[in-house]
Design a protein around this ligand. Structure first.
Ligand SMILES: C[S@@+](CC[C@H](N)C(=O)[O-])C[C@H]1O[C@@H](n2cnc3c(N)ncnc32)[C@H](O)[C@@H]1O
Length: 278
């Protein structure tokens, strides 16, 4: 396990993933009934962009830093930026929320947050970062076991983020297995899988596998910051969202073009479609 998310915190891929997660949580919170946010590969929870790791790559400069002072923010970014502003009260961007901190801050008293991280050091830091919030539980185990270990939940409403490091060649297949397990254990689970856009052949297989999954409906949202013809680097990233809540597609129709314009490096683009239509 070499991957450390601190090197990548706040980059374009994090911004896409965290904005979409913040919207799913906001749409779930429209109803009073409680829900649970699960995160199988949770990372540290929060990040210091001026710390050693993030400073070494500077990836956040082409991500969140570009949006921090933007004057054309769509309304659907409000929740995400409220969290960021609360973490950086003096107006200077330094601290960045990982998916755990975002879920912790955007959920309500009646909701729960169940986090899992396998890296022993990052897991300990995650525990420390989440300390003191009785609604949050941190597990230090195998992320691929999360659907079987934690679903179904008593609340009957759940968002599961699957966000592995993609260090190993079987991780796209494991995402599909985890999706199918989640749906079979609790059919209405909203499952959001993040993936890098790099290897077109591998992705083709991934999309085919997803299309044959047992998800009742599956939305695909992608953001490109480089031309897709440039296979030498991360050209962008995407999220597939099973059981995407009503209203998300319309919000993303506004959000994705804005992100493509704001975060483009050599060439910005976006895609939004259904891999499985209802
Ligand atoms: C992309 S990062 C997660 C970022 C986080 N979800 C966020 O958005 O803030 C992936 C994390 O998965 C952890 N990890 C790697 N293999 C794992 C496994 N088999 N089970 C659980 N966690 C794992 C890594 O240590 C790393 O912290």
């Amino acid at each position: 396990m070499n991957y450390r998310h601190a090197f990548h915190a706040g980059n374009h891929a994090d911004v896409l993933k965290h904005l979409i997660i913040s919207r799913i949580i906001a749409l779930l919170a429209r109803k009073e009934a409680p829900f649970v946010c699960l995160d199988s590969h949770a990372g540290l929870g929060l990040y210091d962009l001026k710390g050693d790791e993030a400073s070494r790559t500077g990836e956040w400069q082409e991500g969140i830093a570009r949006l921090w002072n933007a004057d054309d923010l769509p309304a659907s970014t409000d929740d995400y930026f409220d969290v960021l502003k609360a973490m950086n009260p003096d107006g200077e961007l330094r601290y960045y929320p990982g998916s755990p901190e975002l879920a912790r801050q955007l959920t309500r008293d009646q909701d729960r947050v169940l986090l899992n991280e396998k890296h022993p050091q990052d897991g300990q830091l995650l525990k420390e970062n989440m300390r003191g919030d009785r609604r949050v539980a941190v597990h230090l185990g195998e992320g691929w076991h999360v659907p079987r270990a934690l679903l179904p939940v008593a609340e009957k409403r759940a968002l599961l983020l699957i966000d592995p490091p993609f260090e190993q060649s079987d991780e796209l297949d494991r995402c599909i297995t985890a999706l199918n397990e989640s749906i079979s254990r609790m059919r209405q689970t909203i499952v959001a899988i993040w993936y890098p856009i790099k290897d077109e052949r591998q992705l083709k297989r991934f999309y085919q596998g997803l299309s044959k999954s047992t998800a009742p409906k599956l939305l695909r949202a992608e953001l490109f910051v480089h031309s897709p013809d440039d296979a030498t680097r991360l050209t962008g990233s995407g999220l597939v969202i099973a059981n995407a809540p009503w209203g998300l597609e319309d919000e993303l129709k506004e959000l994705l073009p804005w992100l493509a314009k704001s975060l483009a490096q050599s060439e910005g683009n976006w895609r939004l479609d259904w891999l499985i239509a209802e």
